[in-house]
Design a protein around this ligand. Structure first.
Ligand code: IFM
Length: 753
């Protein structure tokens, strides 16, 4: 199967936007959009580094787009060769997912009939996370001279910029550096470049080099080594950045590429799922993993994955619940240390969550709906613009999506129970769990008439119905938070009593613990109605207008009008934005019968708009469990192709909101592994109940549980599980009613049909 994702289209502005996202390269520190070297801010070039945000005036705080070191413009007899304005005979642009290298090949015909081909390769080094490397070559049909203009382009695309208040250029030892400081926090940002060029006729203007009248007989190749360092990473970013360039130029492109490729091979070995019989699904799933691997911060536990990855400033570069619920499973079962980094980001932003709880008059930790570097909430109270009045519309994402704190706790417990890594509790996890539990204790109400605790005035995952009471998802997740808190307490009392006692005292948590015991058994959990098995998404949901989605869409007066908010069309109806009850049924699968799952899937599916990229995977997961394999496949492909097809919403009014969809990418992995392959882990047991599409001949999955590496291979007839190294912890495999112990080194094969 081909590992290349290739685009050969004529470049329209829409293609350029889409390819910028789709053909992104990254190493978790740098994300570089899949644009061409001659492009500039008009074509949305962007170099985003993780964890760096800036705010200008009253505008949204957003990631900083760094000066673009990949810029190159070729000029032939005064004619700039540009993919948008020159005569292009052929153009191909691709990403090799195996080695995470972006490539382009464009054949230009000049006005005097010379054919000039530009080829480039670039990668964000996985071995040196501040470094981008590029090889650029020019091939000609007829011997000629060209002018080459290259350098660091500081005139960058911003949504809410400009973010630099000072920009200076230095040159020493043939390394050019652009240094600037950010507007809000005066963080120094430095981009430097070294160029290995075959001839020495360079002149310089500011941050650009000009190589004039360069003779080319057939092909000329040069290399750029571009480093990106900020004052957050280094006390002397100018020096660090320059040294990295010099060192890289000495090592050379090929050896840097070799070390980068070797690391990517290791990554693929740990996670590549191979599907025989379905090239389209294979490509989509690999592509989803490629994107997750390109943006996961391996270098730090102080950053996480934003909802639009590292594809730009969209969605304020903010981290949502997307990471904990939709991306973490992939990392937990393939790269537990990266999952750990993502979780600890929540520990490092706990103070921001404490501040938010305090701001709203609650105790404990209320995590930011849109979290950046400090954990303070970047979500505004008016997060959507009304297309009719062009006025900001009051939304309650920030104030009422309290499930965020429960999502974080859910993820911590999942990580612990699937990896066995108890160090997470001492390294901050316990504090996160205690503070989130405390938040819910202060948020709940006791209803004396009904003798139960309730959670009022919240917004669940379905953002079209704000400020509802007893959202089934939120109540279940809040109860889980309290249950996890109790389990962590028990674990620590048994395993780290001194640490536990100290923490209880430091956090003054004794009385909260006593309260938790009472609440856990008396918190109202909306359950299935005995007559029809339906679970109300929230109080009185079933009294809302019941109409087909199509009819609601027909009521629209504007193509981009928002269905939610104060007077949105969906708010008085049963049409929901995204999986809500169905997601809950997946996350708490053991507590619900297949019958309940089936009845609720059938009810909510036609009422779900899938207005969020988070929705499809839940419908795929439950469809697989209830035997609707065709639907499970359909929704799997929907989530797995979201960034391949680039069909997601690109603009709201004039605001660009496109970008990659890492939650959709993580959802693809979940739908394939937990849904279609039917893998589910409970303690040390892997239960496997495959629902493979008829045309899938075989699937093999590298899979980690409790630190043990396995290869699970499924066909329609046989399930095989093979330890990839001697097992240190006994594991069991459960298929149907039977349990099979997995032996230290041996593969087990189980006939299923
Ligand atoms: O977190 C999601 C939310 O559930 C729906 N709107 C988009 C957010 C970011 O993906």
């Amino acid at each position: 199967m081909d590992w290349n994702i290739t685009e050969t289209n004529q470049l329209t502005p829409q293609d350029i936007d889409r390819q910028g996202n789709k053909l992104l390269i990254g190493n978790g520190y740098i994300g570089y959009r899949g644009t061409l070297e001659e492009f500039n801010k008009e074509q949305k070039t962007a170099t985003i580094v993780s964890g760096l945000y800036d705010k200008v005036g009253n505008q949204w705080r957003e990631p900083v787009n760094l000066p673009n070191g990949c810029f190159v413009q070729i000029i032939y007899k005064g004619e700039s060769l540009h993919a948008l304005t020159s005569k292009v005979i052929s153009h191909a642009q691709s990403v090799d997912m195996q080695s995470a290298v972006h490539m382009r090949e464009t054949l230009f015909e000049t006005s005097d009939g010379n054919c000039i081909t530009i080829r480039s390769r670039r990668f964000a080094s996985l071995a040196r996370h501040h470094l981008l490397c590029m090889e650029y070559s020019i091939s000609v049909d007829h011997e000629c001279e060209v002018d080459i203009h290259t350098g660091i382009d500081g005139d960058v695309w911003d949504i809410n910029g400009p973010h630099f208040v000072e920009m200076e250029t230095y040159e020493r030892d043939n390394v050019i550096s652009v240094s600037a400081i950010t507007h809000e926090n005066a963080v120094r940002v430095v981009v430097s470049e070294a160029v290995l060029f075959p001839v020495e006729n360079e002149t310089r203007t500011t941050s650009f080099r000009d190589f004039d009248k360069v003779p080319i007989q057939s092909t000329l190749t040069f290399y750029k080594f571009i480093s990106h360092v900020t004052g957050i990473d280094s006390t002397d970013p100018v020096k660090a950045s320059r040294e990295l360039c010099k060192e890289s130029a000495l090592l050379g492109f090929d050896s840097l590429l070799a070390e980068h490729t070797a690391l990517w091979s290791q990554r693929w070995e740990a996670c590549d799922i191979q599907i025989t019989g379905d090239e389209e699904a294979q490509q989509a799933l690999r592509f989803s993993m490629y994107h997750l691997l390109s943006i996961v911060p391996a270098h730090t536990e102080r950053a996480s994955i934003p909802a639009r990855g590292m594809s730009g400033q969209m969605y304020k570069g903010a981290i949502f619940w997307d990471t904990e619920i939709f991306m973490l499973p992939f990392f937990t079962h393939a790269f537990p240390s990266l999952a750990r980094n993502l979780l600890l980001y929540r520990y490092h932003t706990l103070d921001g969550a404490r501040r938010k709880a305090h701001e709203y008059g609650f105790r404990g930790a209320f995590y930011a709906w849109e979290s950046q570097d400090t954990g303070d909430d970047a979500c505004t109270l008016f997060n959507v613009t009304d297309v009719f009045t062009n006025r900001p519309m009051r939304t309650y994402f920030r104030d009422k999506q309290v499930h965020i704190s429960a999502d974080v706790v859910y993820a911590f417990w999942q990580y612990f129970s699937l990896t066995g890594d108890a160090s997470i509790w001492r390294d901050g996890g316990t504090e996160v769990v205690f503070e989130c539990a405390r938040f819910f204790l202060s948020y709940i109400y006791y209803n004396p008439d009904k003798h139960r605790y309730e959670i009022l005035d919240v917004t669940g995952p379905d953002e079209y119905h704000e400020r509802v009471h007893n959202n089934a998802y939120t109540n279940r997740m809040a109860a889980n938070t309290l249950e996890v808190c109790r389990k962590v307490v028990t674990y620590l009392q048994q395993n780290s009593p001194e640490f536990f006692e100290e923490l209880i005292t430091t956090l003054d948590f004794e009385s909260d613990l006593a309260f938790i015991n009472d609440v856990v058994s008396n918190l109202y959990l909306p359950d299935s109605n005995p007559t029809d098995g339906l679970i109300p998404q929230f109080d009185d949901y079933f009294t809302l207008e019941n109409l087909p989605l199509k009819s609601l869409v027909e009521r629209k007066l504007h193509p981009h009008e928002y269905f939610g908010g104060g007077s949105g069309l969906a708010t008085t109806t049963q049409i929901i934005k995204q999986a809500d009850v169905v997601l809950m049924l997946y996350l708490f699968g053991e507590q619900h019968s297949l019958e309940t799952k089936s009845v609720n899937w059938e009810y909510y599916e036609p009422r779900t708009e899938h207005g969020s990229s988070l929705s499809a995977c839940s419908y795929s997961l439950i469809a697989a469990q209830i035997g609707k394999v065709d639907w499970a496949y359909k929704y799997f492909m929907k989530t797995a192709t979201i960034d391949l097809s680039g069909k997601g919403k690109q603009y709201v009014g004039t605001l660009y909101i496109g970008g990659t969809h890492p939650a959709g990418n993580g959802g693809a992995w979940m739908s394939a592994v937990f849904g279609l392959c039917g893998i589910r882990c409970i303690n040390d047991t892997i239960s496997i109940n495959p629902h493979l599409p008829a045309h899938w001949e075989q699937v093999s999955i590298p899979f980690m549980l409790h630190g043990q590496k396995l290869k699970i291979t499924l066909t329609h007839e046989i399930i095989s599980v093979k330890p990839l190294s001697p097992l240190e912890i006994p594991l069991t495999i459960s298929v149907g009613e039977s349990i099979y112990p997995l032996h230290a080194t041996g593969e087990i094969k189980i006939q299923i049909n």
